[in-house]
Ligand binder design. Structure first.
Ligand code: BJ8
Length: 431
């Protein structure tokens, strides 16, 4: 970190001692997993810097934005329309957490068999370790899985009533679409209320272009990973997709495009992060919130390259663009509602479109194997794994199903299973 941020963290009522410990562990993990990678693109230096300042400079920027009257809106799901937040000049921050932090405290409030993602966002709050939660003016939950729905009730108490819940339908039928469009409008009204700013057609168009540009940059990154060898590691691509939820969206888009320029040159000259012909793995399943790098580290440590993530921290976040050619606010709200309903989350029933997505992505990235990842106790994704396997069998794609949490206890076992999977694929895996 560039400077001493302790006074700022203290103002945010964080637990300074525990936070020092957390930063120490994160820095060590990042050094071991990320900085030890060979042959990284130069453009990753920006993202290394962002991570080094994730609780420092970025929080300082957000605190400054608040002083200028902007509202900070925390989210947990890619269903929350970022365009609307930006249209009231808000700062949109993803609050999902990917580390085993505050778990013992969280388990005092919820069953042990709750997924690690939920325990982590509760744990970070209970342990006083998340400056993003501390800066948030509004925390947006959503009715997706049961664990999240009930956790938001508790989180609302912990944050003195900052939680606002969007109702997401279970089905994408006619009634579900009407419900969702009304929810989008209700959220827009809430944002206007909390910010004291009106969403105008001009503001909504501007915000929509901005978010679409971010998605286009991420799409560009995703398509460059189709090259063999891939010009970037799965670990680095995952990191960029994680940073997408924190960083200033304009700056982030510029930096991703700069990196993509470099990757394009790499592809032209056949330069990659691994040997051409080494196994290419597609990940599909639960989101991997920062700093959950566990599976990528094991797979790439075993000599394969992860070339795509069918996940909310990945394709589901950027695959579809918003049709921003709307001519009225009402039309804009309708287009936003339609765009977000194209996200194929396992919380919907049925959710067969996700199976089509997986097949399309596997083909595009030329996957040699499909690794289905579910956070332990994530019932929606664990259940859908059965259908995903059927699809993998149908297209003759080797399949591995993993369920794990954020702890490091099962690392040995996971390594053994993943290495056996890579050997089975058997394309130049390092000995
Ligand atoms: S659109 S995947 S971001 S809900 S891992 S808390 S599902 S038990 S995160 Fe998600 Fe929105 Fe869907 Fe995406 Fe529950 Fe599973 Fe835990 Fe999860």
């Amino acid at each position: 970190m560039q400077k001493d941020y302790k006074p700022m963290w203290s103002d945010l009522e964080m637990n300074l001692d525990a936070h020092d410990g957390l930063l120490g562990v994160l820095t060590e993990a990042y050094t071991n997993i990320y900085l030890s990678q060979k042959n990284r693109p130069d453009g990753m230096k920006y993202f290394d810097f962002v991570i080094s300042e994730v609780h420092g400079l970025r929080i300082e920027e957000i605190v400054e934005a608040k002083k200028q009257g902007r509202k900070v809106i925390g989210t947990f799901c890619v269903y929350v329309p970022e365009e609307l937040i930006l249209a009231v000049d808000g700062v949109c921050i993803g609050l999902c957490a990917g580390a085993d932090v505050g778990t013992d405290e969280a388990e005092k409030y919820m069953p042990k068999n709750t997924c690690a993602l939920i325990k982590a966002f509760m744990g970070f709050k209970l342990a006083g370790l998340c400056p993003y939660v501390q800066t948030a003016d509004l925390i947006v939950g959503e009715t997706t899985c049961d664990g999240k729905k009930k956790a938001y009730e508790l989180f609302d108490e912990m944050t003195n009533g900052k939680v606002y819940v969007m109702e997401i339908p279970n089905k994408k039928n006619k009634d579900g679409k009407i419900l969702w469009r009304n929810e989008v409008k209700r959220f827009a009204a809430k944002l206007e209320d909390i910010s004291g700013k009106k969403i105008t057609l001009e503001k909504l168009k501007e915000a929509s272009k901005l978010v679409n540009n971010k998605r286009k940059a991420l799409q560009r990154l995703a398509s460059l990973r189709s090259a063999d060898p891939s010009p970037i590691s799965g670990l680095d691509a995952l990191l960029i997709n994680q940073v997408a939820f924190y960083d200033d969206p304009v700056r982030f888009t510029v930096k991703v495009n700069e990196l993509c320029d470099e990757l394009t040159e790499r592809v032209k000259s056949g330069k990659g992060v691994s040997l051409a012909g080494s196994p290419r793995i597609l990940i599909s399943g639960s989101p991997m919130a920062i700093p959950n790098w566990k599976i990528h580290a094991i797979v790439e440590g075993g000599g394969a390259t992860i070339v795509g993530e069918e996940s909310c921290v990945g394709e589901r976040n950027f695959a579809s663009l918003l049709d921003d050619n709307f001519t009225s606010l009402d039309d804009g709200m309708q287009k936003i509602a339609e765009r977000y309903l194209t996200i194929n989350c396992a919380c919907f029933t049925p959710n067969d479109e996700r199976l089509t997505d997986i097949q399309n992505i596997a083909k595009r990235v030329k996957a040699d194997g499909l690794l289905h990842y579910a956070i332990q106790f994530c019932t929606p994704y664990m259940m859908e794994a059965t259908k995903v396997k059927k699809v993998a069998d149908k297209i003759k794609l080797p399949f591995l199903r993993i369920e794990t949490d954020y702890s490091m206890e099962d690392m040995g076992q996971l390594k053994t299973r993943i290495e056996a999977f890579l050997e089975m694929i058997g394309k130049g895996v390092k000995a």
